[in-house]
Design a protein around this ligand. Structure first.
Ligand SMILES: NC(=O)c1ccc[n+]([C@@H]2O[C@H](COP(=O)([O-])OP(=O)(O)OC[C@H]3O[C@@H](n4cnc5c(N)ncnc54)[C@H](O)[C@@H]3O)[C@@H](O)[C@H]2O)c1
Length: 253
């Protein structure tokens, strides 16, 4: 059942083939937006489009690697060619990284920063000119609690998410007078493939991550999607340059 809060809007989701991105693409469509989702996996992308269409929504997929300039340009061109405009963007694609300092090599640093930092900046560089053509828009960048605190043995990922926070604030200020709002969402521990890779599907690491969350459980993708939809909606029209933490109380400790 659509609540229509985002009716008439066109939304773009990067990394929309799984996890938080997939859930948010589905929720955007349920709220009435037409959705372009992008990612690197065609079959998964087609499956999400089919799920949205079955639910009565409108969606299209284009394969795009956010670290590649030509792919991101193609993703934005595809959006305007398919739905005529771009109002909302969730720059969500990202990769995890863990390891001790001696594994924080130049190659690893560049791989993570190419996707998590350049991918977000590259996306905004192409999205904002398109949004300006229709008078403005709203962007949400997927950061993390890792953008707010340090954690041993997670250095490269932590640094990349701190960079996402900095980019969010700076680009928000750069376009504040042109009706472009830019915010971040900072999820805590959320049940996705990334968490399974990071902490295993069960076992000691997963239990210990759960034990440090004050509400006593891992979060769901829907709980992040709700925050993204709020930041994209007119309810948040005075909100820009901030980071909305959704973490079951983790950062309050
Ligand atoms: N799961 C968590 O606990 C958690 C917590 C905080 C932040 N996050 C952030 O949420 C975002 C989504 O992660 P998730 O947990 O849903 O995991 P996920 O692995 O399911 O989703 C990541 C998505 O990004 C895509 N992606 C990766 N590199 C890409 C590239 N170069 N170009 C295009 N797409 C690419 C993946 O294919 C995947 O669809 C990430 O930015 C992650 O850092 C996740």
């Amino acid at each position: 059942m659509k609540n229509g809060k985002l009716s008439g809007k066109v939304a773009l989701v990067t990394g929309g083939t799984s996890g938080i991105g997939k859930t948010t693409a589905i929720e955007f469509a349920r709220a009435g937006a037409k959705v372009v989702l992008t990612g690197r996996r065609e079959k998964e992308g087609a499956d999400v489009v089919a799920e949205i269409e079955k639910d009565g929504g409108a969606a299209a997929f284009i394969r795009a690697d956010v670290a590649k300039e030509t792919d991101v340009k193609a993703m934005v061109d595809f959006t305007v060619n398919t739905y005529g405009r771009l109002d909302l963007a969730f720059n969500n694609a990202g990769v995890e990284w863990t390891g001790p300092l001696d594994q924080a090599t130049e190659a690893e640093y560049r791989r993570v920063f190419d996707i998590n930092v350049w991918g977000v900046l590259n996306s905004m560089r192409h999205e904002i000119p398109l949004m300006l053509k229709t008078g403005g828009g709203a962007i949400v960048n997927n950061s993390s609690v890792a953008g707010h605190v340090g954690l041993g043995q997670v250095s490269v990922y932590i640094a990349s998410k701190h960079a996402v926070e900095g980019l969010t604030k700076s680009i928000a200020l750069e376009f504040a007078k042109q009706n472009i709002r830019v915010n971040a969402v900072a999820p805590g521990v959320i049940a996705t493939d990334m968490l399974d890779r990071f902490a295993g599907k069960k076992g000691e690491m997963r239990d210990s991550l759960t034990s440090i969350i004050p509400v006593g459980r891992i979060g769901a993708g829907e709980e992040i999607a709700a925050a993204v939809l709020y930041l994209c909606s007119d309810d948040a029209k005075f909100t820009t340059g901030t980071s909305l933490v959704v973490d079951g109380g983790y950062l309050a400790q």
